[in-house]
Unconditional design. Structure first.
Length: 229
């Protein structure tokens, strides 16, 4: 039976392994996931002028949006870690929490980006129904995930290697790509529908908490001023 010191040493080795072989993947893919969220915050705000530069930003946003959902396809690395013989203790305390946070943060960027677009369209085009727009975005992202995960294209390949990308498009109509994209589309629809209420509730709670904190500080300032007088 392993002692406490041996157990901690074993866990530390697993942590070092995870950081060495998965750390760069986590950091890079989360960086790419934050790009569309940052663009959504800049582009889809009240009063934004729809200039040529703005439309270029929208195109860039669409091209990079699949990167936020791409983290879900990195589940293959989790399966690889499990098959690598990780102990039950390491799986429960290191691998599952690390991959879970990675998936949640990355996909959270995807859903928050969609929510930003939805709120923006609700302001500039209140009669526009959101669900056809959202389903269209999910479909485009499903195509992007196939191009990224299976064919190994990047968002910037639209500019860097447009010829190779266009030559690969006919493959999208064959059986495996269609099944892959259909399954991905369903996953995106279901997970987004599950995540959106939780994120909206979290945002609302954060706003209420911030208002309470500001109200408390104002009350303390008022009390201090009365005491001083």
């Amino acid at each position: 039976m392993l002692g406490l010191q041996d157990t901690l040493s074993w866990v530390a080795d697993d942590v070092r392994w995870l950081l060495q072989f998965r750390g760069r993947i986590f950091v890079w893919n989360l960086f790419l996931a934050f790009i569309p969220l940052a663009l959504a915050g800049v582009l889809f705000r009240r009063g934004a002028r729809r200039t040529l530069l703005w439309w270029c930003g929208v195109v860039t946003f669409v091209l990079f949006l699949p990167n936020a959902a791409y983290v879900l396809t990195d589940v293959v690395h989790f399966f690889s870690d499990v098959r690598g013989g990780a102990s039950d203790l390491a799986l429960m305390t290191i691998y599952i929490p690390a991959h879970g946070v990675f998936f949640a943060v990355g996909f959270g960027c995807y859903v928050l980006s969609l929510m930003r677009v939805q709120d923006y369209l609700g302001g500039v085009a209140p009669r526009l129904r959101w669900w056809p727009v959202e389903l269209s975005i999910h479909a485009l992202v499903a195509v992007g995930l196939f191009l990224g995960r299976v064919l190994r294209f990047n968002s910037w390949d639209v500019v860097r290697t447009p010829g190779e990308l266009s030559e690969s498009l006919p493959q999208l109509t064959t059986r495996f790509p269609v099944l892959f994209m259909a399954f991905t589309f369903v996953v995106l629809v279901v997970l987004t529908a599950m995540a959106k209420p939780a994120l909206r509730a979290g945002i609302a709670w954060g706003r209420r908490f911030g208002q309470c904190r500001r109200g408390g500080r104002r009350a303390e300032s008022g009390s201090s001023a009365e005491l001083a007088s």
